[in-house]
Design a protein. Sequence first.
Length: 387
Amino acid sequence: MKLDILIKNGQVADLESASYVDRHIGVVGNRIVDVQTLADVKAETVIDAAGCIVLPGLIDFHAHVFYGGTAISVNPDILCLPNGVTSIVDAGSSGWVNYKLFRNSVINTAQTRIKSYLNVVNVGLSTLGGGPTGYLENTNPGNFNVEKISQTLEDNRDNILGLKLRYSQDIASGRHFSGDPFYATVRLARALKTTLCVHVTDSRLTADELISHFQTDDIFAHCFHGTGNAILNEKGDLFPAIKEAKARGVIFDCSNGVAHFDFNVARRAMEQGFNPDIISTDLTLRNSLRTDKVFSLLFIMSKYLNMGMSFFDVVRAVTDTPARLMRMQGQTGTLAAGALADIAIVKVRKEKIVFADTQGTLLEGDRYIDNCATLSNGQIVYRRQRF
């Protein structure tokens, strides 16, 4: 067998058995192929992954990558590929007005695979950030252009996963609002037969009220925030409605950010058996490679590892689960033969590392996940000379 790339001697993290499997990975073109033994294999490039764990390319399910179109967005290739991230989901940076620009200028040209949520606000987050002249988006339902939102969604169902709304109190109401933006977005999503991604930090409604309107595969973003109405009641217990929602398939995404993670909420929830379905960053220019609150997806994964999640559950939350929600199960988020050759080669290094939450509370960990090489669509896009 003639391969373009052979990754040998690495251990694959098998999610079904929750075990490490000695397995060689072959790549031909942009696809993964079976390699039973090395005896009958020749490869143009050989990567010796001895001592490393070979993972599917990581998926960051909540970030802002409309680079050049919003003040807060990052360049996906620069921020993702060196950190093992080969796919990313933009969490509503664009609305229907500027979605075409986002698709043509970023989605279609990036090496990183990008899916997106469409913001119900006409221009998305283009007014957010950028210093003193920036201002919050207008979520008045009276300004929703239902016809254009519907048309944009219908024309781009291969990419758009659903509708996005930020529902914080500071932007969720006003004297001239025609109604509540959350209820309006729910009605619109159901009418258009699509899903929701809702930013719930400091929401107008309590978490148990909000969650009753979520359906299977709707995204409850920033699930471990501690600002305003959290997923815990006054006693620190999970609302029964939150547990019921998880059981019926609502997706809880930690989408960390600098202002959306509280150790107290996360610890109490996880002690009650409530792990996030998705681990993501909420990457922006404000937090990428800058803070010990976010930094990168590997950094956030390492935090949950140090908080007691198993390595396999952490990996599932950045591969298998988001791949299914991207409607790419079997194509990415897996190392199965025939899948796209999106691969991350990592090491778990035993060293001190410190994590911080929104309030400045610190957690000192003793291990972190470090990326050694990234393959995206069959191409080596990042590799250290020595692992």
